[in-house]
Write a protein that binds this ligand. Sequence first.
Ligand SMILES: Nc1nc2c(c(=O)[nH]1)N[C@H]1C(S)=C(S)[C@@H](COP(=O)(O)O)O[C@H]1N2
Ligand SMILES: [Mo]
Length: 198
Amino acid sequence: MALVTRGFRGRRPHDPSLPPGQYLETGFPVLSAGPTPRTDLSTWTLSVTDATGPRARWTWPQLQALPAEDITVDLHCVTKWSKLGTRWRGVSLDVLLDGIVTTAPHALAHCDGGYTTNLPLADLRGGKAWIAYGYDDAPLAPEHGGPARLLVPHLYLWKSAKWVRSIELREHDQAGFWEQLGYHSYGDPWREQRYWGD
Ligand SMILES: Nc1nc2c(c(=O)[nH]1)N[C@H]1C(S)=C(S)[C@@H](COP(=O)(O)O)O[C@H]1N2
Ligand SMILES: [Mo]
């Protein structure tokens, strides 16, 4: 019996909550392409724009006044770590996009510091994406994107733009920072869409 047990050691079944090629991370690594920007909350705004200009804009107090949700989700980074059951607080993009009529099928998120990432607008809707400003019952730390970041947990974590300041609605797709450098345009961790051609 002991021999049989030993034979299976080290071949534990793959955790079904881990996408292919991912390993479990218990810390919370910080991955930033540049320095952490600091923005004064008194001048901070979040905007939705399109080709015609600004469509909606919220100051920090206005964002705080919108209905918020507590979200528990798994994070999957393209560098292969996944962190399960992370707890966030934020406003659903459904709330922010409510009433904005557009034919634009694409979105490009813009951040303090210049980082960008592109997503189909449909992936920001339907209860799949948030502007998150809380993590683990505390304000979101600056290194993790505070005061507020995009949280799109069904895609690789590079799509969850930290320090997000505007969502541009676009008729034509435009590759963001990592997407221009060879990372996949969509980035579904369950289909292992890491790089161009995956
Ligand atoms: N503005 C901005 N957002 C960003 C990044 C960045 O460099 N700048 N890095 C992305 C990448 S590659 C990852 S994996 C996650 C990391 O989030 P974390 O630092 O909170 O773990 O943020 C994403 N959002
Ligand atoms: Mo990443």
